[in-house]
Every structure is written in C-alpha cells, then in structure tokens.
Design a protein around this ligand. Sequence first.
Ligand code: GSH
Length: 212
Amino acid sequence: MIVVGRDLSPFVRRVMVSLKLTGLPHEQKPLATTTDMDKIRAINPLARVPCLLVEGEDQPLVDSWTILDYIDEQAGPEKALIPAKGRERRAVLRLVALAMGAAEKAVQSFYERTRRPAEKQHKPWLDHLDGQVAGGLGELDKVAAAAAAKGWPYLTGQRITQADVSAVVALEFVRHTAPYLAGPEAFPALGALAARLDEMPAFKATSLERFK
Ligand SMILES: N[C@@H](CCC(=O)N[C@@H](CS)C(=O)NCC(=O)O)C(=O)O
C-alpha cells in the first residue's frame, strides 16, 4: 500500500507511525499540499492528504480515520492500535479525538498565519483556534500525568495505542508550527511521553526534525 502525503501533516504522520508499529509493508508518496495540489486532487476529490492506495481496492482510501481503521483491520486484533470494544475502546477514542481536534485546529491556525496576508488575519479568530489547541493538549497532558502517576508507560495502560500515537504526533506538530503555544516547558507530562516515544523507530523515521 502507498501512503500519499508528507509526515509534516499530523494526519499523514499518524498513519505512517501506525503502519510502522503494526509492521505492515508500505511505501510513501510524499506529495505536498503546497506544491502538488493537482496530483493530490486527482487522487482525492477533497484535495487533502493522507490518502492510501491499496492494491486490489477500486478507490483510494481518504481521511486518516478511515485509513487507520483499515490498518487495524489488516493488523489483526493482537496488533490493532484501537481496542475492538468496550470501555477500553471508548477511552482510546476519546483521547484520539482530543488529539486530532487539537491537530485540526493547529492546522487551521497555521494556514491562517501562513497563507493569509497579515492585514487580512483576524486576531480574535486566531486566538480562538489557539485556545482550542491549548485546550486539547492541556487535557491530554492531564491524562499523561495521571497515567505516569499510576506507573503506566502509556496513556491508557501497559500497551501503546492510537491514543499515544495521535497525542504525540499532535503535540509535535504544534511544537513545530506554533512554538509560542507549546514550548519545551508546556505540557510537561505529554512532553515526557513524546520524548520516550521519539526513541522508537516508528517515531524516529517520521521525525519532524527534517522539516526544520
Ligand atoms: N480529517 C482529515 C484531515 C486531513 C487534512 O486536513 N489534511 C491537510 C494536511 S495537514 C490537508 O491536506 N490540507 C489541504 C487543504 O485542506 O487544503 C484526516 O484526518 O485525514
């Protein structure tokens, strides 16, 4: 399967990390929304990344949620990153939704600041977006602190889930695109989780360092 998009996108990066953690064979076509829009639109009518091209499937899969669902199905129940059912599943989904909500708002804030001329930017709207980013990351930080206090290595217990992947990817995207919101001191418990996960090959291979 081929992932379309660059790891700079938090949605693409969480797909790439998930593929690496589950060990499924994959390639990447690193098309950028800034320079390759026509090629991306030809694959996804929404003109967004990520998309997943799967041999034998009629259509590309679009949206990271859909792609992660496919990855978990292919990985099987032992390796799936989102638990199949029950409280465990809801706990993970809640954290993933917080992380992706923060990431979506961070992307909007980034587009406002980088794609709109300064005189057309609306400060109250930017502040609102940044407040939503800080709200999501702040809640994830509390969960990370509570997990650490229980001696858990990951946000929801002893094994890594999509909650950890999406939370760390969201934090690192915000650090990269809005350092004024998430400097090294901010969100310390989530930052400690990120520092540990960054040592894993799946996170190292997709690091945002190369976009600096
Ligand atoms: N909900 C989507 C969000 C995807 C998304 O917004 N991707 C951004 C890149 S970070 C994009 O392609 N933006 C181009 C645009 O919307 O113009 C997902 O989870 O895949």
